[in-house]
Design a protein around this ligand. Structure first.
Ligand code: SF4
Ligand code: SF4
Length: 244
């Protein structure tokens, strides 16, 4: 994280346009109840094996869930996000959030990073240069200055850990059981929101579905198959593969 950084939001609204906003399970439920579309993004890795970033071991293990894949096991990380290919449905003509008091956690946290291993870099954010030249100190000595903001970041990380089993259950109930390999891409699904809301309302079942990894790189396919993993490189029909 940067040693010292000032910040004051200019209200430009850019972070509310073209960003799929990660949602907690409770927020995804509210988004569905309010006729919003959710996009489901899935990545997976083998514990202490392919796809696992060793330097982020604790972080990625805690926000992932083990599922069968072929003769082996992968750990999946699932993101439910508000599908915002353009302006967020809650952004009004004056670039103001119409659900400001109930906006998702991630909206409250931006531009701060939730992943403790990703440093905050103004250049990778949508905020205009003047936002970083005004306001109080956001970061001092590589720490967030605002204790309230730090609490929101911690709450977001905690929700990631607490929600993962239920998110995986929703994916399995809707047949969204093909993942990309972490670091290689994501699989992305746009579920029917009626079915999504119904799956969210169900008690999670203990049954574990077989999962598949979508990998297009031929040598990588071969090495993963040697580990007993179930792999596909068929063109996807029900999901998109977003490769890196
Ligand atoms: S919910 Fe509000 S703050 Fe969040 S992206 Fe939409 S308009 Fe922006
Ligand atoms: S992009 Fe940055 S400055 Fe613009 S509204 Fe979002 S947080 Fe504020």
């Amino acid at each position: 994280m940067t040693d010292s950084l000032r910040f004051a939001c200019t209200g430009c609204g850019k972070c509310c346009t073209g960003h799929h906003v990660p949602l907690t399970l409770a927020e995804a439920r509210r988004w569905a109840d309010n006729d919003g579309q959710v996009v489901v993004l899935i990545e997976a890795f083998v514990a202490d094996g392919p796809g696992m970033p060793v330097e982020q071991r604790d972080h990625v293990l805690r926000r992932s869930y083990p599922v069968p894949c072929g003769d082996s096991e992968i750990r999946v990380s699932v993101t439910f996000a508000a599908f915002n290919p353009g302006r967020c449905r809650n952004l009004d003509d004056n670039d103001l959030c119409t659900i400001y008091d109930q906006r998702p956690l991630v909206c409250r946290i931006y531009p701060v990073e939730i992943n403790p291993h990703i440093p905050l870099r103004p250049a990778s954010k949508d905020c205009p240069p003047e936002a970083w030249q005004q306001g109080p100190e956001l970061i001092h000595g590589r720490q967030l200055v605002d204790a309230g903001l730090e609490a929101l970041v911690q709450a977001s990380r905690q929700a990631d850990r607490e929600d993962i089993a239920a998110k995986v259950a929703v994916c399995q109930a809707l047949g969204m059981t093909t993942s990309a390999l972490k670091g290689n891409g994501f699989t992305a699904y746009l579920p029917d929101m009626g079915a999504f809301a119904a799956a969210l309302a169900q008690e999670p079942e203990d049954d574990q579905a077989q999962w598949t990894l979508h990998v297009e790189d031929v040598p990588m396919v071969a090495s993963l198959q040697e580990l007993g993993l179930r792999i596909t490189n068929e063109p996807p029909v029900y999901y998109a593969f977003i490769g890196f």
